[in-house]
Ligand binder design. Structure first.
Ligand SMILES: NC(=O)c1ccc[n+]([C@@H]2O[C@H](COP(=O)([O-])OP(=O)(O)OC[C@H]3O[C@@H](n4cnc5c(N)ncnc54)[C@H](OP(=O)(O)O)[C@@H]3O)[C@@H](O)[C@H]2O)c1
Length: 295
């Protein structure tokens, strides 16, 4: 559907991106039917990505005009340890949802990632060839391909999503919890990326859907910076003690999954399609600080 509101099935409405999408679509007059998995959110419908008949039934019963798949296995380390599960949740489930969408005339929207790339030549454009270096990245690429192969398929690629999310584990919430408690935090100084404010991402997805966009579209904040630089900025804006930050190389963290180092995404296509909806980190962080009561 292009222009005007309809009904959106939001799979993963309990997550950080899902919550932002739910707010953006509802504020624009869309009817939102959201799902959750392990969260206790009584207003959301329970749906397990591993239950293929349930996925098909949800699409058939809700009969949406758009289905946003914001659910997935998002822990990169866990994906590396359990690649078959990552494939089932991040690739097979979206493929099932996309084929169910085709049957009811709904457009599928996938949440993809800069982890499609190896991080040797970022920031990346939509047309750059993917080369994932982790199980998470491979599973996300497969899920994206399945959705893009479906009629009207849209894949929104994003990264380092942050927001004020009490109880959440996004990078800025980790900074608030760790530095706020006076504990030290090791932060990679060699991972460059595009920090993305979740409410802007939700709004971008809503606008892309209403514009009838298809194919891959990068939707990230407009600045590329390394994780330590982002942490320093966040500490300054949030009034945290930046001397508790220890810059390290990614290799020193001893992680199981490889990370794309010189990454980040370019947003010229997004700007052409929906305009300057993504705020730079200083502005997103200032809003987090206000919501956190820290300024
Ligand atoms: N956050 C980022 O920086 C980032 C970057 C790039 C791409 N993405 C992509 O954006 C999407 C959303 O990420 P997010 O940050 O919002 O993640 P999140 O906060 O971890 O939320 C994950 C969502 O997936 C749901 N979920 C997990 N396992 C499920 C299962 N077996 N069945 C059904 N639902 C399940 C969760 O439901 P419950 O909580 O109710 O269990 C939750 O709604 C993901 O596809 C992720 O790959 C995120």
């Amino acid at each position: 559907m292009s222009g005007g509101a309809g009904r959106v099935l939001l799979v993963g409405a309990s997550g950080q991106v899902g919550q932002a999408c739910a707010r953006a679509f509802a504020a624009a007059g869309w009817e939102v039917v959201g799902t959750r998995h392990a969260s206790a959110s009584p207003e959301l419908r329970s749906l397990d990505l591993a239950d293929e008949p349930a996925l098909r039934a949800a699409v058939r019963e809700v009969a949406p005009s758009v289905c946003v798949v914001a659910a997935g296995m998002t822990n990169v380390e866990r994906c590396e340890a359990e690649p078959a599960l990552a494939e089932a949740l991040n690739a097979r489930a979206p493929a099932v949802l996309a084929s169910a969408c085709a049957a009811v005339g709904a457009r599928p929207v996938y949440l993809s990632t800069e982890y499609l790339f190896d991080g040797t030549a970022g920031p990346y454009r939509e047309e750059d060839p993917p080369h994932p270096i982790s199980a998470y990245g491979r599973s996300k690429r497969a899920g994206e391909q399945a959705v893009l192969a479906a009629p009207g398929g849209l894949s929104v690629r994003t990264t380092v999503v942050y927001s004020w999310q009490p109880g959440g584990m996004n990078f800025v919430m980790q900074l608030l919890a760790t530095l706020g408690a006076g504990r030290r935090m090791r932060v990679p100084a060699d991972q460059r990326s595009s920090p993305t404010y979740a409410p802007d991402l939700g709004e971008a997805i809503r606008l892309l859907v209403e514009a009838g966009a298809t194919g891959p579209v990068n939707a990230v904040g407009p600045e590329v910076l390394d994780r330590h630089a982002f942490a320093l900025l966040a500490a300054r804006v949030l009034g945290l003690d930046a001397s508790l930050l220890d810059p390290v190389e990614t290799a020193a963290l001893g992680q199981r999954a490889a990370r794309p180092l010189r990454a980040g995404l370019r947003i010229e296509r997004l700007l052409r399609l929906v305009g300057p909806v993504m705020r730079p980190p200083a502005e997103g962080l200032a809003e987090v600080a206000r919501l956190a009561g820290r300024r």
